[in-house]
Design a protein around this ligand. Structure first.
Ligand code: SF4
Length: 543
């Protein structure tokens, strides 16, 4: 057996030992509250996972060995029955047991921010930097009086309105800074993202051009190494680094990394607001509630939340009001057979063993963080009505966790939504919402614009989607699987022929400021230069 005694890099360790050490190991595990981690897998062969602790020297002297679990499987050639006993006892993700106030990766304080990563060369400056956006943000931060009103950029023939808040949230900035730093600090190593870092193709492409690789797509499809044609997962070893994105990751994926001997906490960039949702789900589960996750079942964040929630509580994912109504019908159904039949559409997104006859009588709701508050509140109101009908008004607080009313939404995206709402009363010719095609929070911004401006609202990824003054490529979000147009780009009529046009522009939480400025420049480029004022003169007026 390969021994790797005492390495403390977040690996799980398999320990075999002489009998003399069992009592000591057992006592140490008890101190850690992990006595169940020690198992006798065969007579005389003990196994323990000590999470991130060092192998105590004395245990080493007494015959313990530490190996990455993958090596343990391969080199010991233990029977599958033994391996599965080890697996179920030993493989844990230690830091998921963090208490309410501990987080995997807190938002960086101002002095910890690493803004240098956004300007390493011309291409990163072009992507991330915008003098216009910087000026707007600085003014809005400094001036209380105008803090929530949209900013106006008057170029003459064009006028742009930008909400007081738009673009990058702290969770996204944390993850981006971590990714660039990890690449810079590990030359010669393979550095992977588990899947997309954030839902913005330009940020992801920029990172790839600097050497970052992706282990799997945002849909979980393994990515393949070009030279060998093998999935990267197959060749992953403890010499590699895998960064977990801001959305978090499913336990299943983390366990696969652990089995390959990779340190995970060190490179886990899960946003603390996502982790807050996991903690809420754990709390509700411990209080005996079933957790209803309002989110898109195929989204990485919702998959990670479901994976965390299902450990503590029966859990089910619902997408929208339509599905809330379907769940309501299950609650109202009178017989177990009817409940079972009506629950069938949820089988693929509910926890193993979910029993619709028992598991829908006490509910708590948590969210995919980036959804619209109003929609979540409507869903809760609907479920409240269904539970009231089933159990009576007097008992509703026993059946619905009242504290779950939208408290797991992300305030950062909420701020972007609220700021946009303040710009919706304006009379404009076009509203442009910018973000990755699979960005949920961007889509919510688009929905607000679409409700107000109809076909004058456009969802685009960058200035390249603006084909001409007359035409723009609008992306139809893959939201409704019944809509044959979902997920495609559609060319639509863009700006009207007018002497002066007004355009509302905003970006989702994963949209770099540089792209917004390029959009403004692209539109200004359609007008004679003598009709467009310089950026410098517009900057001087921002207030
Ligand atoms: S949108 Fe919110 S939850 Fe998502 S990364 Fe940003 S701050 Fe975190």
């Amino acid at each position: 057996m390969v021994t790797r005694r005492g390495r403390n890099c977040g690996k799980f360790k398999a320990f075999a030992m002489g009998e003399g050490a069992v009592a000591e190991a057992s006592a140490r595990l008890k101190e850690l509250g992990r006595e169940e981690n020690l198992v006798e897998v065969e007579p005389g062969l003990y196994f323990a996972a000590l999470d991130e602790m060092e192998l105590p020297e004395r245990l080493g002297e007494e015959g313990w060995f530490a190996v990455p679990l993958q090596a343990f499987y391969a080199e010991n050639k233990l029977p599958e029955s033994v391996v599965s006993r080890i697996r179920s006892n030993a493989i844990r993700i230690p830091y998921l047991y963090l208490n309410t106030n501990e987080y995997i990766y807190r938002f960086r304080a101002e002095k910890e921010r690493n803004r240098k990563v956004y300007q390493v060369d011309d291409s990163s400056v072009a992507l991330y930097h915008s003098a216009l956006c910087d000026a707007i943000k600085a003014v809005k931060r400094a001036k209380e009086r105008s803090a929530t009103t949209p900013a106006r950029l008057d170029f003459g023939a064009t006028e742009f309105l930008l909400p007081s808040h738009f673009g990058f949230c702290l969770g996204v900035q944390n993850a981006i800074e971590r990714a660039y730093e990890t690449l810079a600090a590990n030359p010669g190593k393979r550095v992977f993202m588990l899947s997309e870092l954030i839902h913005n193709p330009f940020v992801n492409e920029d990172l790839q051009s600097r050497g970052l690789k992706y282990l799997q797509s945002d849909k979980g499809v393994p990515q393949v190494e070009e030279a060998s044609g093998r999935p990267y997962w197959d060749s992953l070893s403890d010499q590699d680094i895998v960064i977990i994105p801001a959305f978090g990751a499913r336990d299943e994926d983390k366990l696969r990394l652990i089995e390959r001997g990779l340190p995970i906490r060190q490179y886990d960039a899960t946003c603390m607001l996502v982790e807050k949702v996991w903690k809420a789900a754990r709390r509700y589960g411990q209080q005996g509630y079933t957790v209803v996750i309002h989110g898109k079942a195929e989204h990485e964040e919702t998959k990670a939340t479901f994976s965390n929630s299902a450990k503590y509580a029966p859990s089910v994912v619902i997408r929208d009001m339509k599905e809330a109504a379907m769940l309501g019908a299950v609650i109202r159904a009178e017989t177990a057979e009817e409940k079972r039949r009506l629950f069938e559409p949820f089988l693929s997104r509910s926890s193993v063993g979910f029993d619709p006859s028992k598991d829908l009588d006490r509910l708590a709701l948590v969210n995919q963080t980036t959804l619209l508050r109003n929609e979540t509140l409507k869903i809760i109101a609907y479920l409240e009505a269904a539970l009231t009908e089933a159990y009576g008004e007097a008992h509703i607080t026993d059946h619905l966790a009242m504290s779950s009313k939208g408290d797991t939404l992300c305030y950062a995206t909420q701020v972007n939504q609220d700021a946009l709402a303040k710009a919706l009363d304006e009379d404009i010719d076009a509203a442009i919402v910018v973000g990755g095609k699979n960005s949920s929070n961007t889509f919510q911004l688009f929905r607000l614009c679409q409700e107000r401006f109809g076909k004058r609202a456009f969802y685009i990824q960058s200035e390249k989607n603006i084909l001409s003054k007359a035409e723009i490529e609008h992306f139809i979000f893959p939201y409704d699987p019944q809509d044959p147009k979902q997920g495609i780009m559609e060319t639509r009529a863009f700006l009207p022929e007018k002497e002066r046009i007004r355009v509302l522009v905003t970006g989702g939480a994963s949209c770099p400021d540089g792209i917004l400025q390029q959009i403004i420049c692209r539109i200004n480029g359609f007008y004679p230069s003598e009709q467009i004022r310089s950026i410098e003169s517009v900057l001087a007026e921002i207030e």
